[in-house]
Design a binder for this molecule. Structure first.
Ligand SMILES: Cc1cc2nc3c(=O)[nH]c(=O)nc-3n(C[C@H](O)[C@H](O)[C@H](O)COP(=O)(O)OP(=O)(O)OC[C@H]3O[C@@H](n4cnc5c(N)ncnc54)[C@H](O)[C@@H]3O)c2cc1C
Length: 388
């Protein structure tokens, strides 16, 4: 099937199967799972993922065509976005065959929901300072500690957990990545309400939670390199809108704003043109990154530039909406209110704008890196986060 035929088939499948009603998140999970199963069975989940592990084995081109068509619909895929954009690709890239066999297909079919357990109260931008411990006990690892800002964890079945396995090594060299069962006794999930009124992220407590060694992702003490794999996928997936495509109410959508303001006013039109240009520039940049990926060139740290552009675009739109529509745009129930209240979070989640600029300076432009005095010091001798 050529791309034009693929597009037509995808569109007609979406027209027939995308939900047309809006439903609350609380009773939405069973319906979201039902929808993901249908999406998978129709061949539209994991479009470019390897066939061997349950993907469709097609290319980024089909993946993108489907995402473009899905933008005109509101698909209940948000709760799967961490699995699809971050933890799933990490298992595919870095997991053992047993982990790929066990986890990839159920993730793509929406049978299991995933979360990403990296940030802690004392370790956000500097996530390598984290203090959640994993201590070996025979065939298992015992987990104790706390995570925070964990998106969708209150619905999650599995989490990708970065934990400290050796305090005698420097901070980046004593970390290991695991898959943790979020339903295991000893895992406590407490939702945190944000200013959009939703409780979409959580704080998590681990109290002597055992993880079998087969659920380790990568080598012991090589968790940082696995985390970098996750973060690269995270930035690319956020900027490309994985899991968010299929959201008509996407915060970056121009249409919602256009419907609210007087487009006959030339000053307003100027502002909307500026928004359109920024949106289009990001779209083209994402298109370029995906073309390069198809040609076998991994975008690497340039994903941070795409993520930064999206965060700036989202904030620009939120500011513009508040300016053009007026303060009522921020009131609960207004069609733009959610996008406005969620905009600042885009400049934090997946790495802050400042951290994206540091990465771009260091890894893309080749500028001298930030001075780092803690690179070779054993973790136990550092005064970091909430330690000591
Ligand atoms: C919507 C949302 C969803 C999230 N989901 C998840 C999730 O699912 N899983 C997860 O693990 N985490 C998640 N997070 C957490 C997110 O990764 C962290 O908030 C982020 O990394 C920043 O960490 P912090 O909040 O501790 O801020 P800090 O690291 O304390 O930063 C505070 C300020 O200092 C600046 N700063 C820090 N270091 C530097 C530096 N070296 N140079 C310049 N400026 C610096 C930062 O830019 C920021 O402005 C989420 C956050 C949000 C907002």
């Amino acid at each position: 099937m050529n791309l034009a035929e693929y597009r037509r088939a995808a569109r007609s499948w979406l027209q027939e199967n995308a939900p047309t009603d809006d439903y609350p998140e609380a009773d939405g999970i069973p319906r979201a799972k039902e929808f993901m199963a249908k999406l998978y069975d129709a061949g539209y989940s994991g479009i470019s993922w390897p066939k061997q592990w349950g993907g469709q084995g097609l290319t980024q081109a089909e993946e993108r065509v489907f995402a473009e068509e899905a933008r005109d619909f509101t698909l209940p895929t948000y709760v799967f976005s961490i699995g699809l954009g971050m933890t799933g690709p990490t298992i595919v890239d870095r997991g053992s065959d047993a982990l790929r066999e066990r986890f990839v297909r159920p993730l793509l079919r929406g049978e299991e929901i995933w979360c990403q357990l990296f940030s802690e109260p004392g370790a956000g931008s500097d996530v390598a300072s984290l203090q959640t411990r994993a201590v070996r006990d025979g065939d298992h690892w015992i987990i104790d500690g706390q995570k925070v800002w964990t998106s969708v964890a209150h619905h999650a079945d599995w989490g990708l957990l970065l934990a400290r396995t050796d305090v005698d090594r420097p901070k980046h060299k004593g970390l290991t990545m695991f898959v943790v069962d979020m339903h295991h006794p000893g895992v406590t999930v407490r939702p945190l309400k944000d200013m959009s009124g939703r409780a979409n992220f959580n704080e998590i407590f681990f109290d002597a939670v055992p993880i079998p060694d087969e659920h380790r992702v990568g080598e012991v003490n090589d968790g940082w390199s696995v985390a970098v794999t996750t973060l690269l996928h995270e930035r690319l997936s956020i900027s490309a809108g994985v899991g968010m495509s299929g959201q008509k109410e996407n915060p970056a959508a121009l249409d919602a704003l256009r419907r609210q303001v007087d487009t006959a006013d030339p000053l307003v039109r100027d502002e909307l043109v500026e928004l359109h240009i920024r949106s289009r520039a990001l779209e083209l940049f994402n298109e370029r990154l995906s073309q390069e990926t198809r040609a076998g060139v991994f975008p690497g740290a340039r994903g941070s530039a795409a993520k930064l552009l999206l965060a700036e675009l989202t904030q620009f739109q939120a500011d513009l909406a508040t300016r053009l529509v007026g303060p009522e745009a921020t009131l609960a129930g207004h069609p733009l209110a959610r996008a406005i209240s969620m905009a600042p979070g885009m400049a934090l989640g997946g790495g802050t704008n400042e951290i994206m600029r540091n990465i771009i300076g260091d890894r893309v432009l080749g500028l001298p890196p930030e001075p780092r005095v803690d690179k070779t010091v054993p973790f136990k001798d550092l005064k970091v986060g909430t330690q000591g």
